[in-house]
Design a protein. Structure first.
Length: 260
């Protein structure tokens, strides 16, 4: 599961256990998460029927503290974004768009301290795959004002190479016929609207399973779902997928497609 999944009441214990012996900074990931949530609460805006909260967050760290998280900051960013989505849902707060977190170093911040700033970004349709990919590549986000959709930043320095396409095709279940392109980052499958792949099957857990790309191979991991995850009829906890594998979430059957 994600680093910050279901952390109400056990946040410190879970994170401290995960990073024990690995994280040398004076600023701990759990403190970053808690400060982000405080910033979310502090900047609430109440309307007639909804309470809105910022969706864009910037965390400023001392350069030494930044260096200590540099090796895994991309993973941390994704987990912090998922955490904010879950907290907003738990507290019935409304995000104007999917949360985006940026971690930056700043010489004015004292060692061991941080400054968190929250802001309301433009409420445009969000391409989660592009946002996560750009977070990994540390690329700026570009918005086409005419289409109001995020567009990728192209590198014209070298010719484009054909890319392998990875997809999840739903063959049986309420979502039969749907296809979900798989990105090169962690994708969560489940009923919850904040999941990357949302399935309407009531027998599927809110956060049922996750897909991770590891050197262009996908690993499927069950997230302790109620009804389990099956690959080719066998219940799995973690499994490297092969093209054509049949995957079952609850009563929904999918096929893992790979095309050159």
């Amino acid at each position: 599961m994600g680093l910050f999944s279901g952390l109400e009441g056990n946040l410190e214990k879970y994170i401290e256990g995960f990073f024990k012996g690995k994280f040398k900074s004076r600023v701990q990931p759990v403190e970053v998460a808690k400060n982000l949530y405080r910033e979310m609460q502090k900047n609430r805006r109440v309307s007639v029927n909804k309470t809105y909260v910022p969706n864009e967050y910037k965390v400023l760290l001392h350069p030494e503290d930044w260096e200590s998280i540099d090796s895994f900051h991309r993973l941390l960013i994704l987990e912090l974004q998922d955490y904010l989505s879950q907290k907003a849902q738990e507290k019935e707060l409304t995000l104007v768009a999917s949360p985006v977190v940026k971690l930056e170093k700043n010489d004015d911040i004292k060692p061991g301290e941080m400054l968190v700033k929250g802001d309301f970004g433009e409420a445009v349709p969000v391409n989660r795959e592009l946002i996560r990919q750009q977070q990994k590549n540390n690329e700026p986000e570009e918005t086409d004002k005419k289409t109001m959709m995020y567009q990728p930043v192209k590198d014209d320095s070298s010719p484009e190479k054909p890319k392998t396409s990875y997809r999840l095709l739903v063959e049986k279940g309420r979502d039969a016929g749907k296809e979900f392109p798989l990105g090169y980052y962690r994708m969560v499958v489940g009923r919850r609207e904040t999941c990357d792949i949302v399935l309407a099957d009531p027998s599927i857990s809110r956060r049922h399973a996750q897909l991770d790309n590891q050197n262009n191979q996908y690993v499927l991991t069950d997230l302790q779902s109620t009804n389990g995850t099956y690959v080719n009829g066998e219940k799995i906890s973690k499994k490297m997928l092969e093209p054509g594998d049949s995957i079952t979430f609850g009563t929904t059957e999918c096929v893992f497609k790979v095309e050159q």
